[in-house]
Design a protein around this ligand. Structure first.
Ligand code: SF4
Length: 389
C-alpha cells in the first residue's frame, strides 16, 4: 500500500489536482469513517486516497458546497473523483478501522480516545485549551468543538491510550502515533502530560510517537519528553509573518518567532535534524516572502516546515474564511521543497507525525517530483488524470 502523501511514482498532473481539491474541498455524499470534524490539526477532514496518494481535504465547511469536486461511485461501482460530471481520478475510501468497535473496561469507546488518520493513530490527549474562549484563542483552532459535539472526552488516560495503540497497530496497521494537546498555563505548556501518554503508548506498541505542544518555558522539558520515548516533536509557529501571527495566535505571538527558533534549536539538539517540525498555514493574509524566508531559516537549523493551506474549521473563529488559491499554495511549496531536499531533509527523514504522513499537504508530491526528475532513468508512470484548469 502506498504511504500517505507519497505516490509510488511521479504523477505530474496529480500535484495541482490535489492542491486544488485541498483548496476548494470535496463534496462527499456518503461520509462513513472518512471524515473528522473539529479538533486540532487536520480537522474537518475527509481522508481518502486519490490515484494511490492518501490525502485529507475539507469536506464539511460551507464553501465546499461550491466545489466542483465530488467523491462518488462511477459507472463500474468504484469510488472516483469527479470534476462536475467528469470522472477525473480513481479514489479509495478507507474502511472503518476495526479498533473503533472496541471499548475500555470502563466503557469508553476506543474511537473517543484516538482516531486513525489514514495510517497514523492520532489523539488530542487534553481536549481543552487554556486560551479557549478568551481573547487569546487561536482563530483557526477547533480544539474544543469536538468536545462539545460529544465525539471525544476531555482528557485521555495513558493506560487507555496504550491499549488503543496496541489495537490500532494489530487490527488496523497503524505505523505511528501523533499526539497533540491543548495548551496550559504551566511552564511545560502541557508537554509533560503528552510525554507520559507517549511513553505508555510507545512502551505498549513499539510505535514511534510525535508529540506536539507549545514551546515550554523551561526547555529542559524537551529532554524529559525525549527520555519518555518521544521520537519527533512539533512546535507550531503557524506563520512567519509577525503581523499575521499576532492576529491569529496571540499567545504564539508573545512567544515570538525568535522564541520558536530558540525552542527549535534546542529541540534539534535533542531529537535530531528533521525530527522537529512546525506547521506553516497559508492563506491567513501572510507575506509570502516572509513565509518562504522563515521556512528556509527553519530548514537551515534542521526543522521541517510543514506547509498546509488554511482549512477553515466550521465553528472556529475563521470559519467564514476561504482556503487560499491552489496556485498560491503550490508556488510556496515549489520555493521551499527544493531547499529542503538540498538540506537532505524530506518526509522520509521524519520518524512520526504530520510531516511523516503528509496527507494534509502537497509538499511530498513536489518532493517526489523533484527526486524523480533528478533520477530520469527511473520509469515514470503516467496516470489518467486531467488537468484541473
Ligand atoms: S494554543 Fe491555540 S492552536 Fe493550540 S489548542 Fe490552544 S487555541 Fe488551539
Amino acid at each position: 500500500m502506498a504511504q500517505p502523501g507519497s505516490p509510488s511514482a511521479l504523477q505530474p498532473e496529480l500535484a495541482p489536482l490535489i492542491a486544488d481539491i485541498q483548496s476548494r474541498g470535496l463534496r462527499i455524499e456518503q461520509t462513513g469513517e472518512t471524515t473528522r470534524v473539529g479538533g486540532a490539526g487536520p480537522s474537518d477532514a475527509g481522508m481518502i486516497s486519490i490515484e494511490g496518494v492518501f490525502i485529507t481535504a475539507p469536506v464539511g465547511a460551507g464553501f465546499v458546497a461550491d466545489s466542483p469536486y465530488s467523491l462518488r461511485e462511477d459507472v463500474f461501482g468504484q469510488w472516483a473523483i469527479f470534476k462536475d460530471d467528469e470522472r477525473i481520478a480513481s479514489a479509495e475510501v478507507a474502511a472503518r478501522p476495526e479498533f473503533y468497535d472496541l471499548s475500555t473496561d470502563d466503557g469508553i469507546p476506543y474511537w473517543k480516545i484516538a482516531l486513525l488518520h489514514l495510517d497514523s493513530l492520532a489523539s488530542t490527549v487534553v481536549q481543552t485549551c487554556a486560551y479557549w474562549g478568551t481573547d487569546d484563542q487561536c482563530t483557526f483552532c477547533g480544539i474544543e468543538l469536538s468536545l462539545e459535539s460529544g465525539n471525544t472526552i476531555p482528557a485521555k488516560r495513558p493506560e487507555h491510550l496504550a491499549e488503543v495503540a496496541v489495537a490500532a497497530k494489530e487490527l488496523d496497521g497503524a505505523v505511528d502515533i501523533t499526539l497533540t494537546t491543548g495548551s496550559t498555563y504551566g511552564p511545560d505548556k502541557g508537554a509533560l502530560y503528552v510525554g507520559r501518554c507517549a511513553e505508555a503508548m510507545h512502551n505498549a506498541s513499539g510505535l514511534p510517537v510525535e508529540a506536539q505542544f507549545e514551546p515550554p518555558d523551561d526547555l529542559d522539558v524537551l529532554n524529559r519528553v525525549h527520555d519518555m520515548g518521544v521520537s519527533a516533536v512539533g512546535m507550531h509557529v503557524e506563520s512567519f509573518d509577525p503581523t499575521t501571527l499576532a492576529e491569529i495566535a496571540p499567545p504564539k505571538a508573545r512567544t515570538g518567532i525568535e522564541g520558536y527558533f530558540t525552542a527549535w534549536e534546542r529541540a534539534v539538539e535533542v531529537f535530531g535534524e528533521g525530527q522537529v517540525s512546525t506547521y506553516v498555514i497559508l492563506g491567513l493574509g501572510e507575506d509570502p516572502d516572509l513565509t518562504v524566508a522563515g521556512c528556509k531559516r527553519a530548514i537551515d537549523i534542521g526543522v521541517y516546515p510543514f506547509i498546509v493551506p488554511l482549512r477553515p474549521v466550521p465553528g472556529s473563529l475563521l470559519e467564514d474564511l476561504l482556503p487560499p488559491d491552489a496556485r498560491y499554495t503550490e508556488s510556496i511549496y515549489r520555493q521551499v521543497v527544493p531547499y529542503l531536499l538540498e538540506r537532505g531533509i524530506g518526509s522520509w527523514t521524519v520518524s512520526a507525525g504530520c510531516a511523516r504522513c503528509q496527507a494534509c499537504s502537497g509538499m511530498s508530491l513536489i518532493e517526489q517530483e523533484l527526486v524523480e526528475l533528478s533520477a530520469p532513468e527511473e520509469t515514470r508512470t503516467l496516470i489518467p488524470v486531467r488537468s484541473v484548469d
